[in-house]
Design a protein around this ligand. Structure first.
Ligand code: GRG
Length: 317
């Protein structure tokens, strides 16, 4: 069957809108205003400020794509992974708050609004990030449906720590800092850019795809496919981000463009140029589509993983 026929009748915009709406409702439910009010306001300001919600939708899509284990058959996979999706978006939001602080990227604009520290001050922004990080763990562990096997939940919680900590996002941010200013000096090559992208951005994206499948009890083979697809998608997402930094506007992106070049950041573009980055994206798209086809994650009625890969590459913000 041709790709265009397979997509017929599948409305990706509707698919993603519906899942975003469910995520927003759950975030509201899991993070109501409480005492101390200022802290909760600052946490809610960032986590409820929109964003594409790509990571959460990836976790939902993988939960929907896999064969659930026997005891979960007949359950709504999206409902089962909602606490996981909220945890992922809380971790993501906290990383954006901290990334924007004056001691790191020092940014004024995020998701088209003043950054958290511009509204609440640096100390409160730091603490709002800390609060969201721990809240993510609390929501995942306390709100996940008891029908999910404890071992699956434990594996997911452990992997979230791994993807977020020193061998994931935090480590990637440190690598990024160490090589900022070095682009063009000959010190930055493909291996370095890959290492930065894989940990800083890729680890949480890979986790998002893998964890939806893991909670549902997917087979080892399906989890391996999700993990590899997550790596491809994570790298493709970050290369697209690097390209948008040179082609996008503050209005379309909701954040300040042009910062990578201004600070000589180690990006795919700094090593291979714009055309090299675009070629790499085409190769990755083809590899991802092939992988989805060859795995048992290919659902002709709802080609969401392929659509999400293409969305990550062709997005304008
Ligand atoms: C995780 C403990 C802990 C600390 C954070 C600051 C830091 C350590 C890491 C930085 C991570 C970071 C900001 C990576 C960049 C990832 C990236 C491309 C973010 C933009 O993601 P989008 O485009 O944003 O999905 P939206 O707004 O759509 O959600």
């Amino acid at each position: 069957m041709l790709q265009k026929d397979r997509q017929a009748g599948f409305d990706f915009a509707l698919y993603i809108d519906e899942r975003r709406a469910r995520l927003e409702a759950s975030l509201e439910q899991f993070l109501p205003v409480a005492e101390p009010v200022k802290l909760y306001e600052a946490m809610r300001y960032s986590v409820l400020s929109g964003g594409k919600r790509l990571r959460a939708v990836l976790a939902m899509a993988s939960a929907e794509a896999v064969q659930p284990e026997e005891s979960l058959k007949g359950e709504d996979p999206v409902e089962l992974v909602l606490p996981l999706c909220c945890a992922i978006e809380m971790v993501h939001a906290m990383s954006l708050i901290h990334d924007d602080l004056p001691c790191l990227d020092n940014d004024d604009l995020r998701r088209g609004k003043p950054t958290n520290h511009k509204v609440y001050g640096e100390a409160m922004a730091l603490l709002a990030g800390d609060g969201l990080l721990m809240m993510a763990g609390e929501v995942l562990l306390s709100r996940t449906n008891k029908k999910i096997k404890p071992q699956a939940l434990l594996d997911v919680a452990l992997e979230l720590c791994h993807a977020t900590g020193p061998s994931g996002m935090v480590g990637g941010q440190v690598l990024d800092m160490e090589f900022t200013g070095a682009a063009g000096s000959g010190a930055v090559d493909e291996a370095i850019v890959n290492a930065i992208h894989k940990s800083k951005t890729g680890a949480l994206i890979r986790f998002s795809l893998w964890s939806g499948g893991r909670l549902l009890g997917a087979s080892r083979r399906q989890l391996e496919s999700l993990s590899r697809l997550g790596e491809i998608l994570g790298l493709a997402f970050q290369i697209t981000d690097d390209l948008l930094d040179i082609t996008g506007s503050a209005e379309s992106l909701g954040k300040t463009p042009g910062k990578d070049q201004a600070s000589n950041k180690a990006t795919w573009i700094s090593v291979f140029g714009e055309s090299g980055a675009r070629k790499k994206l085409k190769d990755m798209e083809a590899e991802g589509i092939q992988l989805i086809k060859e795995s048992s994650l290919d659902n002709p009625l709802s080609p969401t993983l392929t659509s999400l890969l293409q969305y990550s590459i062709n997005r304008e913000k």
